[in-house]
Design a protein around this ligand. Sequence first.
Ligand code: ATP
Ligand code: ATP
Ligand code: MG
Ligand code: MG
Lengths: 165, 165, 155, 155
Amino acid sequence: MYLKGLELQGFKSFADKISLDFSSGVTAIVGPNGSGKSNISDAVRWVLGEQSAKTLRGAKMEDVIFNGTQKRSPLGFAEVTLVLENKDHQLPIAFEEVAITRKVFASGESQYLINQSPCRLKDIHELFMDTGLGRDGYSMIGQGKIEEILSTKSEDRRQIFEEAA
Amino acid sequence: MYLKGLELQGFKSFADKISLDFSSGVTAIVGPNGSGKSNISDAVRWVLGEQSAKTLRGAKMEDVIFNGTQKRSPLGFAEVTLVLENKDHQLPIAFEEVAITRKVFASGESQYLINQSPCRLKDIHELFMDTGLGRDGYSMIGQGKIEEILSTKSEDRRQIFEEAA
Amino acid sequence: MKEQFSEKFEQINRYFKTTFVELFGGGSAELALTDAQNILECGINIDVQPPGKKLQSLSLLSGGERALSAIALLFAILRTRPTPFCFLDEIEAALDDVNVYRFADYVKNYSKKTQFIIVTHRRGTMESADVIYGVTMQEKGVSKLLQLNLNEIAG
Amino acid sequence: MKEQFSEKFEQINRYFKTTFVELFGGGSAELALTDAQNILECGINIDVQPPGKKLQSLSLLSGGERALSAIALLFAILRTRPTPFCFLDEIEAALDDVNVYRFADYVKNYSKKTQFIIVTHRRGTMESADVIYGVTMQEKGVSKLLQLNLNEIAG
Ligand SMILES: Nc1ncnc2c1ncn2[C@@H]1O[C@H](COP(=O)(O)OP(=O)(O)OP(=O)(O)O)[C@@H](O)[C@H]1O
Ligand SMILES: Nc1ncnc2c1ncn2[C@@H]1O[C@H](COP(=O)(O)OP(=O)(O)OP(=O)(O)O)[C@@H](O)[C@H]1O
Ligand SMILES: [Mg+2]
Ligand SMILES: [Mg+2]
């Protein structure tokens, strides 16, 4: 299983829709301070079902909606779609290509879709449960967070081995 | 008042004696990871009277003594001397040039000197008390510590303004 | 007591508004007391607006924007309460090259009144130095010091 | 339960000893349980010895040595528990240029089995990429994306 692509619209600083196609090897994301690079990894965490606004650097979930600039007004929703190739069926679902979509409106209402089929947040969590891509996995290391791996107090370490087991 | 020079011997990775002369403007310290740059700022904190081993990244004060490599044996003491120009007498002492020396032995015994005259740690603290160079000042920002300035909870901020006042 | 506090707060605030604009090349920032009735005990909010962006919580800013805001606040505090010298250990690590040059120019100007000793990996910061010391460990585990010229440093 | 734990611990430990030496070009490292009688609840010590140096507490290591040790441990965990892809956001910020290249080569090799998406400011890391996306904010506050070639990036 690997990431094919990502689409963002209205997510944080990505007011206009953008899409990325990932290399099967190494994809680098570069740019000046504050340009939006970490916002892209926030988008991936979010579409995979992140529930903590704090992990996404906000105070509430609606903080991920583009909130305007001095020249543009805020948008009414944020939407992210992640496309994965699933020929090995590592995701326990019949499809060979899986598109996960998450959308949130300024009203607070949320929508979740798997291959355009509405589902619950719970279904997205269950889909990725055995892939190590969950929130306790080591698949996403945030900015400034690499040293945390060294603080192996017994609670943290139990997590490493339980995740790894 | 400004820094003229610094001498280190046996302090952390500085097994052999070294000395630096500081520019009155900007002095840069460069070098590879682990070469000893931050150890130099640890030496300045230490000679100015730092009492917390943790601030110097150790567990006890004797951790600042060069503890040997695969080819060299540990040393018996660490000694640092800081020389300051004091023509404006910002340091409340008659001398126009002030040399502060701190020495610690593997036994735990410590020595402190001001212009080669033995004194107590307390005397060094009092000498620098009104200069903003104390431990609550903003004269020394450690590696990875710049963001802490943004966490202005009321206890921290009271410190800023009391220091600044 | 309260007045002295309030006066210092206003002074730092005034400097912060200036240092921020100088380092960011625009935008605006200010410090705000959360409870004007209880200034000795309430918290302080730091409101930051990078050029062209809207005022948002500090947490939503990028790593580099937070570092540069912290540097602006540091310089505001140093102007209110000058120290004879200042030791900075890699405080510009999160800044991109353009911001490192802004920081380096700022330090260069400020160094007329305050002596700076800066540990750095960044070329821009090195270029603002009057004296450069290189620390090396040719013999593993043992530090040596040598004075360098900018053109001797690779990269 | 205890056995499964112990087995996983040994596996991560074995990988860590290797990844450390690969990234540091020498030295040694290992994980140690603080209480062999109570492995499900005791702490773990991380013992690290950069090349030529003596074994010391992690806290005495430099910023760059700690970051590189953390990266070595991360890769050991990933080898024990592979994930299909891995997102890294500026994890090499504290490394000097020589260590960035070691990190970049390591990722390049590892990317045959695992897909990496890396946010970076460092040239060495960019050179290991197969695809590079540039994020810009020509219109302030609005992010745009464009695909780049290495030779289009200044620096
Ligand atoms: N909901 C939102 N609407 C509009 N802009 C937002 C929103 N949330 C965050 N931003 C903006 O996104 C920018 C941060 O982007 P990001 O953290 O991705 O930067 P970055 O490219 O990673 O920079 P650095 O190199 O400094 O880490 C901030 O300026 C922030 O104000
Ligand atoms: N008491 C000691 N005896 C010998 N070596 C020591 C002692 N204390 C610390 N060291 C060594 O000093 C080195 C750290 O030096 P320092 O933190 O100054 O590095 P640095 O140049 O700042 O690197 P970086 O760029 O990664 O921050 C470590 O390798 C550590 O093992
Ligand atoms: Mg970022
Ligand atoms: Mg350092």
